[in-house]
Design a protein around this ligand. Structure first.
Ligand SMILES: [Zn+2]
Length: 291
C-alpha cells in the first residue's frame, strides 16, 4: 500500500496521505462488509483535511502526476438515481464511465480506475476511499440530471462550493452525514478542472456550464474532484441523445480531451515549477503561458 504514494513529491504531503490511508484502512478492517461508519469516516477526513490545510508545507497540486484517474459512475444496484420513462441514471452513467475508460486507454500516461464497473451499490464513503486508496489524481463522478417540470438541457460540471440552485433541483442522492469542506487549494484545483470540462464540451458543440455544489464526493480532500451531470433525462430530446451510442462517443471524446488537457497542464506546470532557475527561460513568443 505504501508504495502507492511513490509519486508524491513532498515529504509533508506523503506523511499526511499515508496517515490518512492507514486510518482509513484501519477503519475498513474494523468495519465488516466494507460499510464504514460515516461518523468515523467524517472524523478521519476532517483530521486529514485540517492536517493538510494550511499548517503543513504541501507542494502545489501541480506537482502531482496525473495517475490514476478515478471515474465514478453515480448510483448503482438498488440506488437507481433518476428514472425517467424506463431510462435509469445508474445505467447511463455506467455506460459513459466505461466508454470514457476505454477512450482514455489510448493514453498510456492516464491509467483509469472505476469505482464500480457493474450494476452494484457502492456507498459514497467507499467511492472516496477508493480515491484515497489508489492515490487518485483526479476524481470524476458521472451523473444524469432530472428537474421536474422544467425544460432544461445541457451538462453541468460541479466543483465544491456554495450551491445557488438547490431549491430547483430534485436531489437524487441519499442524505449523508456532514463532511468538512475540502482544503482551499484542493477546491481551487477542482474548480479549474470543472472549467476545463465545461470548456471542452462547449468547444465540441455541447451545452455545458460549470457550477458549485456541496455534494459529498466534492468534499474529497485527496484529489481535485468534480461531479458532471451529463444532461437531463426528463428532457425527451436530450434523453434520446444520451441513450444514443454515437452521441455518447462524441461526448466521451470531449470529456477525455478535457482530462488530457488538465493532465498536460499539470505536467507542464510541474516541469516549470521544478526546473532549475538557470534554465527557466522566458516563454518564447507564441509559447504557452501558464497561469
Ligand atoms: Zn445522480
Amino acid at each position: 500500500m505504501g508504495q502507492k504514494t511513490h509519486h508524491l513529491t513532498g515529504p509533508g504531503e506523503a506523511v499526511i496521505v499515508k496517515m490518512t490511508l492507514l486510518l482509513l484502512l484501519f477503519m475498513r478492517l474494523m468495519t465488516p462488509g466494507k460499510y464504514l461508519a460515516p461518523a468515523l469516516l467524517v472524523a478521519a477526513l476532517a483530521t486529514a483535511a485540517s492536517a493538510m490545510h494550511p499548517a503543513s508545507p504541501i507542494p502545489p497540486a501541480a506537482n502531482r502526476p496525473m495517475t490514476p484517474v478515478i471515474l465514478d459512475p453515480g448510483h448503482g444496484g438498488e440506488d437507481k438515481g433518476a428514472v425517467v420513462r424506463g431510462l435509469m441514471e445508474k445505467d447511463i452513467a455506467l455506460v459513459f464511465a466505461k466508454k470514457l475508460k476505454a477512450r482514455l486507454a489510448r493514453n498510456a500516461d492516464l491509467p483509469v480506475v472505476l469505482t464500480r464497473d457493474s450494476d452494484r451499490y457502492v456507498t459514497l464513503d467507499e467511492r472516496l476511499i477508493d480515491s484515497v486508496d489508489m492515490s487518485g489524481s483526479i476524481f470524476v463522478s458521472l451523473h444524469l440530471n432530472q428537474v421536474k417540470g422544467k425544460k432544461s438541457a445541457g451538462a453541468i460540471v460541479y466543483s465544491y462550493g456554495p450551491e445557488k440552485l438547490r431549491l430547483w433541483r430534485k436531489r437524487q442522492h441519499p442524505s449523508v452525514p456532514p463532511m468538512p469542506a475540502p482544503p482551499r487549494g484542493q477546491a481551487g484545483d477542482s474548480e479549474r478542472l470543472a472549467r476545463t470540462f465545461s470548456r471542452a464540451l462547449r468547444g465540441d458543440g455541447f451545452r455545458a456550464e460549470s457550477s458549485k455544489s456541496d455534494y459529498y464526493v466534492l468534499k474529497n480532500p485527496a484529489a481535485p474532484s468534480v461531479l458532471i451531470e451529463l444532461g437531463y433525462l426528463n428532457n425527451p430530446d436530450e434523453a434520446a441523445k444520451l441513450s444514443d451510442s454515437a452521441y455518447q462517443d462524441r461526448m466521451v471524446d470531449s470529456l477525455a480531451k478535457a482530462i488530457e488537457e488538465y493532465a498536460t497542464l499539470r505536467t507542464l506546470r510541474t516541469s516549470v515549477a521544478t526546473a532549475p532557475k538557470a534554465v527557466t527561460n522566458r516563454p518564447k513568443a507564441g509559447g504557452l503561458l501558464l497561469p
